[in-house]
Design a binder for this molecule. Structure first.
Ligand code: ADP
Ligand code: MG
Length: 473
């Protein structure tokens, strides 16, 4: 396997994300929608596919689907539930209810922290399946002695969000999934936990020569459990495809399985002929046609979404959009906006939020205290290092930054005192001083270190360097 020549090849990625919706009950019955539980305890006649049981659509699931559709800038439209016929050992009625020709949400987009827009083809409602556990052999079905079925998850509402093939690198794909997850969590549609399977990513990858008009043949990769695996799987799969093409072979459209342990994708099934699921509208369910006034109410109740929050912060603080991503992800944008409104220097505020406020408790920081601290730093009463220490204490215990600085003995150093100290050091270390005057930049640290030691870290490193330079003559 070789690393691929990105001057020659372009990687094309489109993701299908399944999100379990955070409803109390399943999509078509009153059985609980809860993660875990003893096997086969979250079930009822419908989950078991018993004759005579009929589906009743969960209104809350529809509302959550609409919230996501609107948050993804989709058109919310009239939709129809269809039966997707298939033998599922973990879905006893032997078909999955999904939306096929008419999905509830179509034609949207989301914006990555970089500002790049990624198209959304559709986001439709469907049921989840149960879980099979293959016992014996290597845990794969063909080697197993027997299999167990747990139907707790069967019938849990899913939203399948099909992205357009607009992504070009593993990094972009990961940013897309993070953004989607942030949106799902923000609107309360899902808990977004990849490790519990409430967010599952199938990844389509193809490669083509740069400048080619047509997309290459794609492979779909399943079983990706983390953002890290997503990046690794894409890199592996793109290289595999380029190797095939350069060797004169062709890529065969396939579903492939990502193996975390060996870091490779493996053939699962060929997809060259389209699967025929004999889709037809489910006769037990009526057309879903949400009232426009309901959609409007849902739209008005949406919280501020991550992209809008990033733009607002970038504009208010006058920093590049990219610099706001982590701050919004940590939920510190309101704090920064309030601190800036209280008079804090925007650039300094953003730098602290980005680098020095990873602690979860930072969200509870008092904006006025934060602003006061930034003011002391910008005004020269505190060095950058001291400001960081005071900030850490503010996060831990709250309080007044002036009092904290005083208690730590962080009074600003007197200019004359600092000058005396520097001049004394120059006189004591003539050799080092000569080297400094010869332009040996490495010796600066020697002097700064001595000053810091003498002042117990109270001096401002930048001021010391400036003083040394001014003494060069
Ligand atoms: P399927 O029904 O087999 O899942 P779709 O046409 O619905 O196929 O496409 C599924 C996903 O594949 C979409 O997310 C789309 O962006 C992606 N995709 C389609 N063509 C390509 C391609 N050539 N390379 C990479 N991704 C692709
Ligand atoms: Mg698909």
């Amino acid at each position: 396997m070789t690393g691929i020549d990105l001057d020659r090849w372009e990687v094309v990625i489109g993701l299908e994300v399944h999100a379990e919706l955070a409803t109390r009950t399943k999509l078509f019955s009153a059985a609980p929608n809860e993660f875990g539980g003893a096997p086969n305890t979250h079930i009822d006649p419908l989950t078991l596919g018993l004759p005579g049981s009929l589906p009743v659509l969960n209104e809350h699931a529809v509302e959550l689907a609409i919230r996501v559709g609107l948050a993804l800038n989709c058109t919310v439209q009239r939709s129809v539930f269809a039966r997707k016929n298939y033998f599922y050992p973990d879905q006893p009625k032997n078909y999955q209810i999904s939306q096929y020709e008419l999905p509830i949400n179509v034609d949207g987009w989301l914006e990555l922290p970089s500002g790049q827009q990624v198209g959304i083809e559709r986001a439709h409602l469907e049921e989840d399946t149960g879980k099979s556990t293959h016992v014996g052999g290597g845990g794969r079905i063909h080697e197993a002695e027997y299999s167990l079925v747990d139907l707790n998850r069967a019938g849990v509402p899913l939203l399948e969000i099909v992205g357009r093939p607009d992504l070009r690198t593993g990094e972009e794909a990961r940013a897309y999934v993070s953004e989607l997850r942030a949106i799902l969590v923000a609107v309360g549609a899902s808990d977004g936990k990849m490790e519990e399977g409430s967010l599952r990513v199938d990844c389509n990858v193809s490669v083509r020569e740069r400048g080619a008009a047509e997309l290459g043949t794609r492979c779909e990769i399943k079983n990706i459990n983390s953002l890290r695996s997503l990046g690794r799987a894409i890199d592996y799969e793109a290289a595999r495809q380029v190797d095939l093409i350069t060797a004169g072979d062709r890529v065969v459209q396939q579903t492939r399985h990502w193996n975390e342990d060996d870091g490779r994708t493996h053939t699962l099934r060929s997809k060259e002929e389209a699967d025929d699921y004999r889709y037809f509208p489910d006769p037990d369910l009526v057309t879903l046609d949400p009232d426009p006034s309901w959609i409007e109410r849902v739209r008005l109740a949406l919280p501020p979404l991550p992209a809008a929050r990033r733009h607002r912060l970038a504009e208010t603080a006058g920093v590049p959009l990219e610099q706001t991503a982590l701050i919004v992800e940590r939920g510190l944008d309101e704090l920064c906006l309030a601190a800036v409104a209280a008079g804090a220097d925007p650039a300094r505020t953003i730098t602290h939020a980005e680098h020095n406020l990873s602690d979860e408790r930072a969200r509870a920081l008092d904006p006025a205290a934060f602003a006061a601290l930034v003011g002391m730093e910008v005004g020269g009463q505190l060095t950058a290092t001291q400001a960081k220490a005071v900030l850490a204490e503010l996060v831990e215990q709250g309080g007044d930054p002036v009092a904290i600085a005083a208690a730590r003995g962080y009074e600003a150093m007197d200019d004359a005192e600092l000058e005396g100290l520097v001049d004394g050091l120059i006189a004591e270390h003539p050799e080092e001083w000569a080297r400094f005057c010869d332009g040996d930049g490495k010796i600066t640290g020697f002097f700064v270190g001595k000053v810091m030691k003498a002042t117990q870290g109270k001096a401002d490193g930048k001021a010391v360097t400036a003083l040394l330079n001014s003494r060069k003559g």
